[in-house]
Every structure is written in structure tokens, then in C-alpha cells.
Design a protein around this ligand. Structure first.
Ligand SMILES: [Zn+2]
Length: 280
């Protein structure tokens, strides 16, 4: 999974803005770790918490004995803590497929935020926060956020639309999920495509920055087009392409010519489908 696809998932979690920003930095490995400072000649790179190993993103959140202890205290099983160790991106990707609920995933993100904060407080204030405080701070922050938003745990579960819950495709079928995100602050758009088989295993994925206008009505069809093209590229015989952009799906089924901007984008999708049928 690429950084952009990972960010697409994290950006949709109901968390405070500072946690979302942290999620972006985490997905892009854009945290000023000891390793980065070492490369700039500003640090010896050692982890200030355990003193055993270079402080990379992966070390801070997964390898450091102090972090592992806190994650276990939070109730995360070793199957999650010890999942893929290639990079922090690989690890987060593994976690995405292991978690069952959005609540568990967002709690994990908030705990990781506080682990990073704990590291910074140690470096800058020479003060080590106890592990229980990291856990309590994480739970308190989420409870305060939900309270401010007027959400209860039941509300959060109810608010999950059917498209938030991934369902396995039928036997011998690959499901391709497509999604797009527009960041109005930076006027940047990304879209992602993820193909999984009937066991939930990732078959292929793709994510790109969209160079056109930052408009969901344009980026969502582009995501759908990329999903259909992936179907053709993989030469899959049984495929479901799923998008939560109902307006795009509706446009694709129109028989009349649509002259809107979105209409021209969905026309591209139709052309991809027609070309595929004529080749098949
Ligand atoms: Zn460490």
C-alpha cells in the first residue's frame, strides 16, 4: 500500500485535528526522529527512551521495549504489535487489515501520538511520563473529543455507513475498492485503489496524487476509472468495483448525455468499460 492510500484510510478517522495531522506525518514518515537528526549531524540518533537502537519511526512505535509495554497495557495483542516490521508504513498497513473496528484503529492512532509526545517530552524537558499516563491521556483525549462532538460509542457505530464496513466478495471474486480525498487547505487531491480477494488478502493496490482540480466530483470518477483499469490490467474474470460516491455511480448508469464536469469524467469511465468489453 502506498503512503497516499494509507493516508486515505487514516484521514477518515473521527479524531481531533492534531491527531489527524500526526497521522499524516506518520503515514509519510515525516517525524523528526533521531535517525533524521543523525543524518543532519544534529544527534547521535539513539532512542532516548530505551537507549538501545537508532530512533527510527518503526523503533519509536513498534520496536522500543517501552512502547511495546505501553501498547500491551492498552490491550493490543502481540499479533498487532509484532506485525510486519519492514517499515512503519508496512506495519500500519498490516494493522489496517487486522483491526475490526474503526474505534480500535483510532485508539491506536491516538496512543501512537502520545508515544511520540512522550518521546519529545523526554528529549526537551528531560521528564519521562509513566506508561499509565500515556494510556490515560489517550482515553481521555478521545472521550473529550467524542463528548465535544456529541458522540457516544453507539452513535459512532451507527454513523458507520455500509461503505465503511468492508465485506468479502463472493467466492473466486476480487473486490476493488476505490476512494478519493480532497484536501481543501492544500488544494491537493489523491485517490486510491485497493483489490482484495475473497479471503481479504490484498491482491494489488495503487494510489496517486490527482493533478486536476481539487473537486470530489472529478476525483471520485478518476478513482473509479483507475479501479476499472486495474480490473482490466489484472485480467480478472470476476470482479466487483466498489465506490461510496453514489453520484458517480448514478452518473455511470445514465443513458442520456451529461454535459457537466462530472459527466465528462464519468464518460471516461464508460469509455474504459466499453474498450474493455470490445477487447474481451
Ligand atoms: Zn527505544
Amino acid at each position: 500500500m502506498s503512503t497516499s492510500a494509507l493516508w486515505l484510510v487514516l484521514s477518515r478517522l473521527p479524531v481531533p485535528p492534531k491527531i489527524r495531522l500526526f497521522g499524516w506525518r506518520l503515514a509519510h514518515e515525516a517525524l523528526p526522529t533521531g535517525r533524521r537528526l543523525q543524518m543532519a549531524g544534529m544527534s547521535d540518533g539513539q532512542c532516548p527512551l530505551c537507549g538501545h537502537g537508532i530512533e527510527t519511526c518503526l523503533h519509536v512505535f513498534q520496536e522500543c521495549s517501552a512502547s511495546v509495554s505501553i501498547l500491551r497495557t492498552c490491550g493490543f495483542p502481540d499479533s498487532i504489535i509484532m506485525a510486519s516490521r519492514g517499515s512503519v508504513g508496512d506495519w500500519l498497513e498490516s494493522i489496517l487489515w487486522l483491526f475490526l473496528t474503526r474505534d480500535e484503529l483510532r485508539f491506536m492512532l491516538v496512543v501512537l501520538y502520545h508515544l511520540w509526545e512522550q518521546q519529545n517530552i523526554l528529549v526537551h524537558e528531560n521528564c519521562l511520563l509513566p506508561g499509565w499516563q500515556v494510556v490515560c491521556s489517550s482515553r481521555t483525549l478521545l472521550a473529550s473529543f467524542d463528548s465535544a462532538q456529541g458522540l457516544t460509542s453507539t452513535d459512532r457505530m451507527d454513523s458507520a455507513t455500509p461503505s465503511d464496513i468492508w465485506r468479502k466478495p463472493p467466492h473466486a471474486t476480487v473486490k476493488i475498492n476505490v476512494d478519493a480525498a480532497c484536501e481543501m487547505d492544500s488544494l491537493r487531491s489523491t485517490f486510491g485503489v485497493l483489490a482484495r480477494d475473497d479471503n481479504g488478502l490484498v491482491v494489488a493496490c495503487h494510489a496517486s496524487l490527482f493533478s486536476g482540480p481539487c473537486n470530489a466530483g472529478i476525483v471520485e470518477p478518476e478513482a473509479l476509472r483507475a479501479g476499472i483499469q486495474m480490473t482490466i490490467g489484472l485480467q480478472l474474470s470476476r470482479t466487483i468495483v466498489e465506490s461510496d460516491a453514489m453520484n458517480v455511480v448514478r452518473q455511470l448508469t445514465l443513458t442520456q448525455l451529461d454535459k457537466s464536469i462530472t459527466g465528462s469524467s464519468t464518460t471516461n469511465c464508460n469509455m474504459v468499460i466499453e474498450r474493455s468489453l470490445s477487447n474481451g
